[in-house]
Write a protein that binds this ligand. Structure first.
Ligand SMILES: Cc1cc2nc3c(=O)[nH]c(=O)nc-3n(C[C@H](O)[C@H](O)[C@H](O)COP(=O)(O)O)c2cc1C
Length: 328
């Protein structure tokens, strides 16, 4: 029996599983494979160098799948912001109907997408941000717990409490994000009131993910103790793989009076991109969540989704039979 929720109905997908936006990883090959496998694949707009390049990426994705996919736009705290409006307009003009928004001050973007009749999934890390996005009219919230890769926010609330709070406080559906890599996580998320899950790190380590095989192997070999938070002292925390560069960044940050300029070169996005291209895990900073402790293989997207649903169904069945027995 397929697991059907309000998310699968809204998005027109087979599995209630979304692949979150991932800088340098969320390219047509991966997004199309996730969608083709029955999840929701998401292209990461800012991975493309310009709005026109995003247009091309959308066209390429369409050649690979006729199923629904989305576009992520991440609003970064930066001095020279990218042309967000241009990326958004390009995606709308190319006919994309589903968006994942994330980051600071998403109001104007959300209003624009809603005015164009699109579905908006807004990703955030606190219930108060979720509630303001709800007021702005988003369709689904993606609640990213402390376990997540990338930016977990500054409140440090783990998924168990965050999802339970979301279930109590929100009027619209939400999906659970951060720390989910298998059917057990999917079942747990649904028990907490989520209508599906969002995953990043797990999809990074699939056959179709565009990153170098060495990095996939590194993820498989690593444990949940192999990530670290950088940028804590700048109140822009990011969970990344604990490599030589990340440890150096944390050491510099701990020095009194440390400024972003002191680590700027070490954390450059282009160095991170090289990690995925060359397969050298120590070349730069790269995002990874603590699910690396749960990831032991490199499946195809299809095998992953089929397996997750089967595992989740078995676990839900086991739990409900325990409840029946307890009643006897
Ligand atoms: C390599 C990588 C890059 C990411 N880049 C982005 C990004 O550009 N924008 C964004 O909203 N989230 C980004 N994320 C976060 C994911 O979309 C997702 O929220 C997160 O990975 C969920 O946690 P998980 O890794 O435990 O599944 C990234 C995650 C990874 C692993």
């Amino acid at each position: 029996m397929p697991i059907q929720t309000s998310l699968t109905k809204l998005l027109g997908v087979r599995y209630p599983i979304v692949q979150g936006g991932m800088q340098w990883v969320g390219v047509p090959q991966l997004a199309a494979s996730v969608s083709e496998a029955g999840g929701l694949g998401i292209l990461t707009a800012l991975t493309q160098p310009s709005p026109d390049a995003l247009r091309e990426a959308i066209r390429e994705t369409r050649k690979l799948t006729s199923k629904p996919f989305g576009v992520n736009i991440t609003l970064l705290p930066t001095i020279n912001p990218p042309d967000y409006e241009g990326y958004a307009r390009a995606a709308i003009e190319e006919g994309v109907k589903i968006y994942e928004t994330a980051g600071n001050n998403p109001g104007p973007l959300i209003k624009y997408f809603k005015s164009q009749g699109c579905i908006v999934i807004h990703k955030c890390t606190t219930v108060r941000h979720a509630k303001s996005a709800e007021r702005l009219g988003v369709d689904v919230l993606s609640i990213d717990g402390f376990e997540c890769a990338g930016h977990p926010g500054e409140d440090d609330i783990g998924g168990l409490v965050l999802m339970a709070r979301a279930a109590k406080e929100l009027k619209i559906p939400f999906i659970a994000s951060g720390g989910i890599a298998d059917g057990r996580g999917l079942a747990a998320a649904m028990a907490l009131g989520a209508v599906g899950v969002n995953m990043g790190t797990r999809f990074m380590c699939t056959v179709e993910s565009p990153i170098h095989e060495n990095i996939k192997r590194k993820i498989v070999e690593s444990t949940e103790r192999d990530t670290v938070h950088i940028f804590r002292s700048f109140r822009n925390t990011a969970r990344v793989f604990k490599n030589k560069v990340a440890v150096e960044v944390v050491n510099i940050e701990h020095k009194p009076g440390a400024k972003f300029e002191d680590v700027k070169d070490l954390v450059s996005g282009l160095r991170g991109k090289k990690v995925y291209e060359t397969g050298d895990p120590d070349y730069g900073i790269w995002s990874a969540g603590i699910t690396i402790g749960l990831i032991n293989d490199v499946p195809t997207c299809k095998d992953l989704l089929v397996r997750m649903e089967k595992e989740a169904e078995e676990i839900i069945g086991q739990v409900s039979s325990t409840v029946v027995k307890a009643k006897l």
